[in-house]
Structures are given as structure tokens and as C-alpha cells.
Design a protein around this ligand. Structure first.
Ligand code: DHB
Ligand code: FE
Length: 289
């Protein structure tokens, strides 16, 4: 049976990729951010996932405003990055797991989530940078990947409650997968930031800290916001928090916080990282055995 090990959530700012490429991790500007990942690496070395389900938003590399699915899942054997600007180097390709992708697609459509299935899919910085933060150092990626995109770019966006419920459906689908696999769920984006308009540079530390607490202990409390309330509280791009909510929804067991960090700013963004452990609930563990 597939086992959901836990979840990680992290910001996905392009300048992080440039800092990695230039080896700036120990510079005073970058150190408080990169040091926040030591606890992530320690936990990953213990739990050793086989597959990572990456819940993120594409920013115009694979989907553009002309055709933009609300929810999309990759079902490819391999995912490529491409030159998306920002001066970012192109990441090496990521292995997929088409059998698990199709299981998720079948389960989610049966669960009334009308997702777009993508047998070809470019992945952008919101996927590649979190992968480089979790598994730095180059070489072959030690995990297979399943990209899941949520539209946080062109309104109307799916509500926080809908994204949390998508995560729950992903969790149920993983629990029902009959291959022996250790799965990590990764949610990327946030925390508060706004890149354009009169509120460009907007950051809301009290709201970010509230989210970092609620996402662990009381995620349902965050599902009561409307999309526009979330824009007001977190900024126009801070709505990427819905990717964290979907990650949290996918953790179907007893969830506890292993590690976290919060640092302002990197570029225009308040950054956060969290590691959540997911222990199967007794009845489920018995069923799995
Ligand atoms: C920045 C943040 C993002 O989430 C993103 O996708 C692009 C840029 C930034 O703060 O620069
Ligand atoms: Fe973003």
C-alpha cells in the first residue's frame, strides 16, 4: 500500500534558483533562508520518499491565459523545465510515475474533480526551485514526481475550501493505491506577497504566522476565506497559499509539525517552510497491513 509520509511546503521565488546557481547560500542575505532547510534535509534523510506529489501553480510556462485549467495533473514519464526568463538556469529533467499519475487521475475524476490530464507538461520555477531546495547538490533526482497544478493566476480562482478538498481527494486516492510506495506531498508558493499594482511589495507578517500555525493544527479555519479575502490578507500572489492547503488536505493521518522557518523578505516575498509528519491512524494502519 502507498504510505503518505507527510508534507512539506515552501515558497518558490525564482531568485532562489539564481542564488543556488551562484552558490550564494552562505551570504548574509541568503543564509537565514537556506538554513531553514537543514531540518527539511534531516527529515527527508530519515523518511526517504520514493515519489513526491508536487502541488503548485504554473506562471505561464506550460499554461497561458488563453487556456488555463483550474486543476491539472501530469501523466508523463519525464517533465522538462525550459527558459522561463528571470535569468534562471534550466533545471535537469524530472522523472515521472505515469502509473501513479493515472491512478490519481482516475480517482479524482471519480471523486468529481474535473481535472485536465497532461501527457506532456513543462514544469516552471514553482516546481523546480522547491525540488532543488529539498534535494540540493545535483546528480540524479532521488524521487519520481507527479506535478499537480492549481490555477492561482487568472480569476476566477478555485476557493481555498475547494483546494483543501482537492487535497483530501488526493490523500484518499494515495491511501487506496496498492503499490508499496512512500509518498511525500509538497505544496509550493506564498507566503504573503504581491508583485504588481498599487500594493506591490505588500507583506502581512501577522497573517503569515497565523497561517503557519493553522495549517498544522486547524487547517479548516483557513478554508473559510473567500479568494478575494485571501488576496486582501496575503496579496494578489499570496493566494498561492491554496497550494499549501491542498498539501495539508492530502495528509489523511495524525499530523504533527517537525520543522519550520519564516523569513522576510526574499525578493518581494515573505518566505515560509514547513515539514509535517503524517502517521496513519490505527484503523487505516491495520487495513494497510
Ligand atoms: C516572486 C515570488 C513568486 O511567488 C513568484 O512566482 C515569482 C516572483 C518574487 O517575490 O520575486
Ligand atoms: Fe509564484
Amino acid at each position: 500500500m502507498a504510505r503518505i509520509l507527510g508534507g512539506v511546503s515552501t515558497s518558490h521565488i525564482p531568485s532562489i534558483g539564481n542564488a543556488i546557481a551562484k552558490g550564494l547560500q552562505n551570504e548574509p542575505y541568503w543564509r537565514p533562508f537556506f538554513d531553514g532547510f537543514n531540518g527539511v534535509h534531516q527529515w527527508l534523510a530519515q523518511v526517504r520518499p520514493d515519489v513526491v506529489v508536487v502541488i503548485y501553480n504554473d506562471h505561464g510556462l506550460n499554461f497561458f491565459l488563453d487556456k488555463l485549467p483550474t486543476f491539472a495533473i501530469g501523466a508523463a514519464a519525464e517533465y522538462h523545465h525550459a527558459d522561463e526568463g528571470w535569468g534562471l538556469p534550466v533545471a535537469r529533467p524530472f522523472p515521472g510515475d505515469p502509473a501513479l499519475s493515472w491512478h490519481l487521475i482516475n480517482a479524482l475524476v471519480a471523486d468529481e474533480f474535473d481535472i485536465t490530464m497532461c501527457q506532456e507538461m513543462l514544469v516552471d520555477h514553482a516546481f523546480t526551485i522547491p525540488m532543488s531546495l529539498l534535494w540540493p547538490g545535483g546528480g540524479a533526482w532521488p524521487v519520481r514526481t507527479i506535478p499537480i497544478c492549481i490555477n492561482t493566476v487568472q480569476h476566477p480562482l478555485p476557493s481555498p475550501a475547494r483546494c483543501f478538498n482537492l487535497g483530501r481527494a488526493i490523500g484518499r486516492a494515495l491511501d487506496s493505491y496498492d503499490r508499496d510506495l512512500k509518498v511525500l506531498v509538497l505544496g509550493t508558493g506564498g507566503l504573503s506577497h504581491q508583485l504588481d499594482g498599487t500594493r506591490a511589495g505588500f507583506i502581512n507578517k501577522p497573517f503569515d504566522l497565523l497561517c503557519l500555525d493553522r495549517i498544522v493544527h486547524e487547517p479548516e479555519a483557513l478554508t473559510h476565506y473567500s479568494v478575494l479575502e485571501l488576496v486582501e490578507l496575503a496579496g494578489a500572489q499570496g493566494v498561492e497559499l491554496v497550494n499549501w492547503l491542498a498539501m495539508r488536505g492530502a495528509l489523511t493521518g495524525n499530523v504533527s509539525r517537525v520543522h519550520g522557518n519564516y523569513h522576510i523578505p526574499i525578493s518581494n516575498t515573505a518566505t515560509g517552510v514547513l515539514v509535517l509528519d503524517n502517521q496513519p491512524i490505527a484503523g487505516d494502519a491495520k487495513r494497510a497491513a
